[in-house]
Design a protein around this ligand. Structure first.
Ligand code: CP
Ligand code: NVA
Length: 310
């Protein structure tokens, strides 16, 4: 096998097996514990992570930048406004150059094909930091967070309310690997992309017209902004279409009593979620945000070093 073939990338949630996720989540818990007890852990000393952003970010940038530093490495931030990426240099050429000067690359961009093309020409692992289609790092953090609060997510029900977007598509891939079910309720025109999700087993999800029905008996209720990055021109039209797709206290009362609420953030109180829900007792959104740091440290360790001795 050539060096090129041995490289692992994290472009979609389905890129890892259930066993690999079990390992990564265990590592994330251990790495989190080291961090919380001020223990230095530098497995990626002197390694360089290049972070490429074509869209805005708070959590993804911070968690990757702080994360690589806490593992002993460095981060280089690039965006399309002030690099040649924004002036038409081919993705393939950029990948060749950037991956010769770094150990790991994280990209937040538009079409999934961009990260796929970059990875196909990269000498180092590439991580999807969000595309129009998927957001695997976020769902990794969400599953870790659910597990911390409620134990295994196996056989649980995740209610997805709102836009059947990159987050929703990633939840479906996760449902197949972690063996849970997704209840989806989205307004007309913003429902699941059947072509993109054609390989998802239909028994993994159920579709509901009414968001309240999707919440019934759920173990986890989650939502996202009505307008994702890149779709801002549709904002006014979307506000009308999504008017009934706000996660309310009433909807939460239909879920299991021990159900948790998650949101990848940033959130718009009064749009996709009531303030009383996101700021309420069932909400775990701050743990969810923090856990981006810990799971991505485990992810970077795995991609660069493989499984380490325990
Ligand atoms: N959840 C998430 O990815 O947040 P950012 O857009 O701030 O990175
Ligand atoms: N679906 C949102 C997630 C932001 C973290 C977006 O793509 O903008």
């Amino acid at each position: 096998m050539s060096e090129q073939q041995k490289i692992r990338h994290y472009l979609q949630f389905k890129d890892f097996s259930a066993d690999e996720y079990a390992y990564i989540l265990e590592r994330a818990a251990w790495i989190k514990q080291q961090y919380k007890t001020y223990r230095k852990y530098w497995p990626l000393e002197d390694r360089t992570l290049v972070m490429i952003f074509e869209k805005a970010s708070t959590r993804t940038r911070l968690s990757f930048e702080a994360g690589i530093q806490q593992l002993g490495g460095f981060a280089v931030y690039m965006n399309t406004r002030d690099s040649q990426l924004g002036r038409g240099e081919p993705i393939e050429d950029s990948a060749q150059v950037i991956s010769r000067m770094s150990d790991l690359v994280m990209i937040r961009t538009f079409e999934q094909s961009i990260v796929e093309r970059f990875a196909a020409n990269s000498r180092v692992p590439v991580i999807n930091g969000l595309t129009n289609e998927y957001h695997p790092c976020q769902i990794l953090a969400d599953i870790f967070t659910f597990t911390e609060h409620r134990g295994s997510i196996k056989n649980k029900i995740v209610a997805w309310i709102g836009d059947a977007n990159n987050m929703c598509n990633t939840w479906l891939q996760a449902a197949e690997i972690f063996d849970f079910t997704v209840h989806i309720s989205s307004p007309k025109g913003y429902r699941l992309d059947d072509e993109l999700n054609k390989n998802i087993d239909k028994s993994r999800y159920k579709l509901f017209d009414e968001p309240a029905d999707a919440c019934k008996n759920a173990d986890l209720v989650t939502t996202d902004v009505w307008t994702s990055m890149g779709y801002e021109a549709e904002n006014e039209v979307r506000k009308k279409a999504f008017a009934n797709f706000c996660v309310t206290e009433k909807m939460m009362s239909l879920a299991k009593p021990e159900a948790v609420f998650m949101h990848c953030l940033p959130a718009h109180r009064g749009e996709e979620v009531e303030a009383a829900v996101i700021d309420g007792k069932q909400s775990v959104v701050w743990d969810e945000a923090e856990n981006r740091l810990h799971v991505q440290k485990a992810l970077m360790e795995f991609l660069v070093l493989g499984k380490v001795e325990r």
